[in-house]
Design a protein around this ligand. Structure first.
Ligand code: AMP
Length: 379
């Protein structure tokens, strides 16, 4: 039985973006202190943390010094070197364990883990170098999708190959490095399950969320979409299996393709709170951020029940192109919840914030959230 880490203790987070910011807000509300470690300063999480430590993840002495001043370490960013997790683990529990990071930060390792454990994925081939790519494309057929093995997110580092004439260009465009080739899935929709597992193996999930993307970046998330209950049950069952198989302590998101025949394929794992779970901050008894805190502090997991049907829209930097968005216009909807991450520079495609709207069902809430976002630009 793990010793509970109680309010008043200090939680250390590797990473300092918006996920850490919302984690810190949830943790401070419950009386914890929070420290963040990342290479940046005045970061989204640093702005609301008790301490913002600035250092490189590969500076293991700095990571060790950070860990020596907290009671437990967790992550909000999975591309932290494995060695940093090991260095922190010399001082305090690291949750989830560095092994989870090691698997989830590398597509080939993640795919191998999923396939070996019998979880469904798109067909894939390992592409260690350019020489291996031609044969891999032949085996999988076109269209197929080439993805960098490491450090990819939001569709960065990936290219669709439609025919063999596109192979070279695709290889160059992902940076000509180790990659994974996947069969192109003509999915019906994309869904995800955000779930948590406690130190004692307890499991709690946030149900299924439908995710609509624009330019490979999450645009709209709708919890509890109108789906065959058998598909929902299967998605949750797979997620439960993944968290158990990885022995996760914390929150993990499983992203799926829902195929036209009703089958589910795992696209990716994210071993942390996820953009598709942001709705929970405003719409559930326990948010994904509080759940992460409860899990890593060996506390009982919270109830994920919805307070109201909701939907979330992301706010990307593109909205700032003509100047500051009109917040007052969006907030004319009195039930709208606005989240801004404190990023000073708005670049196209950069996640600057999100909004959650409520209504009688998820689709209506999505329409309301989109209308509020449209209003930001109606000057
Ligand atoms: P990823 O960064 O792997 O999550 O990919 C970003 C987005 O690209 C996904 O959410 C899908 O919309 C699309 N995508 C990725 N892999 C595939 C695939 N194998 N087949 C079809 N679409 C894909």
């Amino acid at each position: 039985m793990s010793r509970p880490i109680l309010p008043g203790a200090t939680v250390g987070v590797l990473g300092s973006g918006q996920l850490g910011r919302m984690f810190a807000i949830a943790a401070r509300r419950m009386g914890y202190r929070v420290h963040t470690f990342s290479p940046g300063d005045d970061t989204p999480m640093g702005q609301v943390a008790d301490r913002e430590a600035v250092g490189d993840y590969s500076d293991l002495a700095a990571v060790a010094e950070f860990a020596s001043r907290v009671d437990v370490v967790t992550f909000e960013f999975e591309n932290v070197p494995h060695e940093a997790a090991l260095a922190a683990a010399e001082y305090v529990p690291v949750r989830p364990d560095g092994r989870v990071l090691h698997i989830a930060q590398h597509r080939q390792r993640e795919k191998d883990f999923l396939a070996d454990a019998g979880f469904p994925t798109a067909p894939f081939e390992h592409v260690p170098d350019r020489a291996a790519l031609g044969a891999a494309v032949e085996r999988l057929g076109t269209p197929c999708v080439l993805k960098t093995a490491g450090f990819g997110y939001d569709g960065k580092g990936q290219a669709v190959i439609r025919n063999s004439a596109e192979i070279d260009q695709a290889w160059q465009s992902i940076g000509a490095g180790e990659a994974v080739l996947e069969g192109f899935i003509d999915f019906e929709r994309e869904i995800s399950v955000v779930a948590a597992r406690g130190c004692d193996g307890a499991f709690a999930h946030f149900g299924v969320t439908e995710n609509r993307h624009a330019d490979h970046i999450l645009d709209v998330s709708i919890p509890d979409p109108d789906l065959d209950p058998a598909i929902v049950e299967r998605a949750v069952e797979i997620a439960h299996g993944v968290l158990d198989a990885l022995d996760v302590v914390g929150v993990l998101c499983v992203e799926f393709f829902l195929c036209r025949d009703g089958s589910l394929l795992i696209n990716e794992l994210a071993p942390r709170p996820h953009n598709s779970g942001h709705f929970s901050f405003d719409a559930c008894i326990t948010s994904q951020f509080e759940q992460q805190l409860r899990a890593v502090c060996a506390l009982p997991l919270g109830d994920t029940q919805r307070l109201r049907p909701s939907a979330m829209v992301n706010l990307l930097g593109d909205l700032w192109e003509q100047g500051m968005p009109d917040w007052r216009a969006a907030l004319a909807d009195p039930a709208l919840k606005l989240h801004l991450y404190g990023k000073s520079e708005a670049r196209p495609g950069r996640k600057m914030g999100h909004m959650v709207a409520f209504d009688d069902d998820g689709e209506q809430a999505a329409r309301r959230a989109i209308a509020a976002r449209d209003a930001l630009l109606r000057r």
